[in-house]
Structure formats: C-alpha cells, structure tokens
Design a protein around this ligand. Structure first.
Ligand code: NDP
Length: 449
C-alpha cells in the first residue's frame, strides 16, 4: 500500500490534491484488500489511480478589447468501468492538473455510490468567468468546446456544471457542440428546462446534502428542526443546501464567497435567500452586498494570512461547507467542536483536510464526506440522461421522489460497508469501501484493459 503512494508521488510530483484524495481512499480500503488478495494481484490500485485518459488543450479566445487570451482546458477521463464517463466542469483560475485529477478520482467513487451506471471524469479550465462579459464567456465556452467535442458524447463522456459553470455556460457549451456535431443529444447535463434539462437538477446537490444530513441525525434520534447551521459558499450548492435547511426548520447563519462571509444572527430566511440568489445568479454581485439590504448582518473579509476560516468560529449545531476543497482545516475542526457542532456534512468536494477529518472521527462528530453527501447532483444528472434517452421529462415530484431514496440508499450503503469492514459509523470508510468494491468488481470482470 505504502509502495503505491510512493510510486504515485514519484510519477505525479507536485499533484498534492490528487495525492490527498488517493491517500484517503487507500487508507480506508486496506481491510478490503486484506480480505480480497485477488484485487492486489490484478493490479487494481495501480489501474484505478492511473486515469484512462488525460486531455489538455489550448483554449484561445478574444476579449472585448480585441486582445487574444489563452487558457488551458482539461478533461480527465478517469474510469469507465461501470458506465460512460460523467463529471462536472470547473472554470476557475486555480484549476490545474492536480485539482482536475483529484476531482475525477473522487467522482469515480461518488458515481459508484449512486448505484447508477456512471463512470468518473472531471474537466475545466483556468478561466475566471467573474468580471467577464456574457460575450466573453460565450467566446470562451465556444473555443473550449471546439476541442472538447471530439472526446465526449452521450455514450462516451457526459460533462455537467460545477464551480464557475452554471446554466449560462452550459447553454453556450451545448450550442457549440450541437453546431459541430450536427446532433441534438444529451451530451451534457444541467441543461435548461426548455431544451432537455431536468427539473431538480439545479437543486439536487444541495437538497441531497441535506437529505443525507437528515439521515445521519436520525441515527441519533435527532432532526434538523431548530438546528443552527453554518453554510459556506453562496453558489449553487450553498444556495440549495440553505434552502432545504430552511424548509426542514433549521436556521442558516452564514454564507460566503471568496471575498468574505456574512453572519446573520437572526437567520437567513427564504426572503433573504431569494435576495442572495438574485445577487449571485442574476446580478453576479458579491456577498458583502447582503449587509446593505440586511444591516444587522456582519460581513468579515477573507484573510488568506490566517490559518483558519473565521466562518467556522461560531456557535452552531451543524456545518455545511459548500464552497471549495480544504475549506475546513484542523483549527477550524477544533473551533467547530468547541462551539458545539455535532454534524459536518460536505457539499463541496473534499471540503475538509485529512487532519480535520481525523479530529471529527476522534471526537465522534457525525461527518459525511462529499463523495457520499453531494452525490445527489450527479444522481439527478443520471436521471437527466435517462430522460434524454427516452425523450421524456419527469415532474419535479417524480425526480425528488427518486433523489430521496438514492440519498437514503447511499447513507445505508456507507453504514453497512463501514460496519462490515470493522469501522462502524465511519461514513468516510463506508463510502470509499462501497464505491471501491463496485468499481473494482467491474474492472475485474472486464479484464486488463
Ligand atoms: P459555484 O461556482 O456556484 O459556487 C462556488 C462558491 O464557492 C462561490 O460562492 C465562490 O465564491 C465560493 N468560493 C470559490 N472559491 C473560494 C475560496 N477560495 N474561498 C471561499 N469561497 C470560495 O459552484 P458550486 O456551488 O456548483 O460548487 C461548490 C462545490 O460543490 C464545489 O466543490 C463543487 O465541485 C461541488 N459540487 C458541485 C455540484 C454541482 O452540481 N454544482 C455537484 C457536486 C459537487 P466566488 O463567487 O467569490 O468565486
């Protein structure tokens, strides 16, 4: 096992996020390998950690001043043992190979947990949509697709949204694919409702996170009713996590963006959340503007010089990190616990560092890793693919009625796998083990390819 990590570190130097994601899985699947030596003999670990395909490409585009700009595009097709590659796109200046590979690796496990037939992939570009005009975003998306289109398709690889890639970007990407291939197919999910999108897809990751949290609380005969909740982020996942918490009777105290966070002691109710949705999705403004509308709220600017995130330094029952990876570090974990937090449920991918996760485990906090808790997004993407194949649309109620049992099923699967391999109540171990076994068994069936 340690040999595998060393060899990955040697072959892929500097890919810290990828190493972190792989190491976390390796640590937890050891009992599975001990019980199934055939996995080791089949070189499963080496095969699982080497992407099927890494595609990087130049994305040239012209800004509104007529200057030529160049970004780097990525698509990591990690594993398609259980279905076509599936995973989001991220447009953010921090995007690099390591972040793409970590996200693609996580996606393989996450998609396996949904029980749908979806392989794992991730893509994106080091492009910053913030501050760009609609025309600039369109030209970028079109250029991005002029390369990506040859690698994707409804039975090959089906991207979806993610950080910096919302309904606007999906529309431009779909439009260019359709023009290049002369095909109207479900080659991307998160489409608008008028042309092949699925109801509830936008809400699904956030709603699913809260459904998962509700299941966790139920194991301790508890509910979300009356619980105070810290939520980070103010994008798609954060908005819909907050929406569902409010619907379930919880009180949301915080939201953030990369510039800072707001703390509203009175709670962010539906009306205030509608204000945030308009601010972020339509006006494309900053969360600081919340305090102009609701002056009782306190805004704190982000300070990258700190070794903790002050958003997590408040009294609250539950924490829902929904912004970015490694948002909760060791000091944040202690701050949360010292302020009475009993549940941490990740909306953002790999939202907590391994040190923070170890502290949650040690202090017996209910902790859900993103690959289990936020799988509702990709699950409804799978349902969007099914609707596209049938050329039918289900109602919101039908989809929500499928999402809820999927999240319940993932919760149950995590607990069962964890218990079977001697880690009762450890959702991280359970998620990794259950996802790993499903993918690995398919790989064994399909031979060395
Ligand atoms: P959005 O782009 O809609 O929102 C991201 C939010 O995180 C924004 O508020 C953004 O602020 C904030 N943010 C970004 N970087 C930082 C930072 N360094 N510090 C603090 N805040 C930051 O993305 P999503 O809501 O879609 O995605 C959030 C997370 O959820 C990601 O980890 C994503 O991979 C994951 N996810 C998303 C799914 C989806 O379907 N959308 C599905 C499953 C997981 P700002 O506006 O300033 O950049």
């Amino acid at each position: 096992m340690s040999g595998i990590m060393e060899s990955i570190q040697e072959r892929d130097p500097g890919e810290h996020e990828f190493h972190q994601a792989v190491e976390e899985v390796m640590d937890t699947v050891k009992p599975v390998l001990d019980r199934n030596p055939e996995y080791v003999r089949a070189g499963i670990l080496q095969r699982l950690t080497e992407p099927d395909r890494v595609i990087t490409f130049r994305v040239p585009w012209i800004d509104d001043e007529g200057r030529v700009r160049v970004n780097r595009g990525f698509r990591i097709q990690m594993n398609n043992a259980i279905g076509p590659y599936k995973g989001g796109l991220r447009f953010h200046p921090s995007v690099n190979l390591s972040i793409m590979k970590f996200l693609a690796f996580e996606q393989v496990m996450k998609n396996a947990l949904t029980t749908l037939h979806l392989g794992g992939a991730k893509g994106g570009a080091d492009f910053e949509p913030k501050g760009k005009s609609d025309h600039e975003v369109m030209r970028f998306c079109q250029s991005f697709m002029t390369e990506l289109f040859r690698h994707i398709g409804p039975d090959t690889d089906v991207p979806e949204g993610g950080i910096g890639v919302g309904a606007r970007e999906i529309g431009y990407l779909f439009g260019m694919y359709k023009k290049l291939q002369n095909e109207f197919t479900g080659m991307i999910t998160g489409k608008s409702l008028g042309w092949g999108g699925s109801l509830v897809r936008t809400q699904a990751p956030g709603y699913g996170v809260v459904y998962f949290a509700v299941e966790m609380l139920a194991t301790r005969n508890d509910t979300l009713e009356g619980k105070t909740c810290l939520v980070s982020g103010a994008g798609n996942v954060a908005q819909h996590t907050a929406e569902k918490i409010i619907e379930m009777g919880g009180k949301v105290l915080t939201l953030s963006d990369s510039s800072g966070y707001i703390y509203d002691e009175e709670g962010i109710d539906r009306k205030k959340l509608d204000f945030v949705k308009h601010l972020k999705n339509i006006k494309r403004g900053r969360i600081e503007e919340y305090t102009a509308a609701y002056p009782q709220a306190v805004y704190t600017e982000a300070d990258t010089g700190l070794d903790y995130n002050p958003l997590w330094d408040h009294w609250a029952d539950c924490a829902f990190p929904c912004a970015i990876q490694n948002d909760i570090q060791a000091k944040d974990a202690y701050n949360l616990i010292n302020h009475g937090t009993k549940l941490v449920c990740e909306g953002a991918d790999m939202a907590s560092t391994p040190e923070a996760v170890a502290i949650f485990r040690d202090k017996k906090i209910l902790y859900a890793p993103s690959k289990a808790a936020n799988a509702g997004g990709v699950a409804v993407s799978g349902l969007e693919m099914a609707q596209n194949s049938m050329r039918l649309s289900w109602t919101a109620e039908e989809i929500d009625n499928r999402l809820k049992p999927i999240m319940k099923g993932i919760h149950r699967t995590c607990l069962q796998a964890a218990a079977e391999y001697g880690e009762p109540g450890n959702y991280l171990a359970g998620a990794n083990i259950a996802g790993f076994i499903r993918v690995v068994n398919a790989m064994l069936d399909q031979g060395v390819v």
